[in-house]
Design a protein. Sequence first.
Length: 353
Amino acid sequence: MTQAVAERGIEFMFSSPSTVLKLEFQGGEPLLNLDIVRYIVERTRELCRTSGRIVNIIICSNLALLSDEILDFCDRHDVSFSTSLDGPRELHNLNRPSRDFDSYERTCAGIGRIRERLGVERVSALMTTTRHSLSQPTEIVDEYLRQGLASIFLRPINPYGFASSPGTFASYSTAEWLEFYKKALDYIIGLNLRGIRIREEYTALLLRRMLTPFGTGFVDLQSPAGIGISAVVFNHDGNVYPSDESRMLAEMGDPRFCIGNLLSDSYKDMMLSDILIDTISQTMTECVPGCVDCGFQPYCGADPIRHYRLQGDIVGYKPTSEFCQRHMGLFRHIISILENQDTASGVLMNWLQ
């Protein structure tokens, strides 16, 4: 990303009417372009002071390039980190191989350095479930505890980028992932009942949707879809997408959801572009076939990019939708715990606080 593209991206961000914003550096690896990261952070903090806006800044990194210089910079400018941790050493390295270093060792060392230098709340981790993960639900949770992390987000693999390589996405079914999730969640609940505090973040998001009047800000759990409304992604070349999934789809050769370019299009033109408005207009679950009659509709959302990728249609055919099957399985399991397991339901209710 050039400085010109970065400056237009900052201008776009501050054109938003929101008073509280989140800026995430994603990749690839953002720390490979540290000069641009510095420029964007410093310029954003300058505009925060003059505009009264609040911008939470997060660097999504594998932490392999983390240094004392970077930590000092992030400390001065209140920058947090998010990383990927897929489980114990063998599993993590299998999922994220590197010819140059031990990925697990670098990630765990980075998590420790951030916690020590910036504070425990300034680093979080996400895991991605591969076929190698399915047999290790408890081991994965234990690894998060070993690294001092108080939460875990159990995520299925996404059908984009490297994850879309032949055999990768289709290497396990939705039913297999749900079985993995249930085992991990039961284990997490058991840990909490023993006084070991750790929270499964997606369960907490779903509980917030089900049991409170408050929104989550999570793009996939909104109606209409949160793409372009709750999130916008700037690519290194200035192209703008309504979600990271649509950006990855473009990298795979399908730029259908690109809404413009920072160097040639205005904020208004992109936010009112036909492709964005047309896509969002088809994602009101209150009137979508298959959703309007679903008992879980008030809790759920729309994921048009995923449906387009897997089914060739923005709305999707709900009886065979992986998104629908997964979420109906999640809702049923959570409701079953709330209705039938008093002590376990107490743990889940505490996650709402």
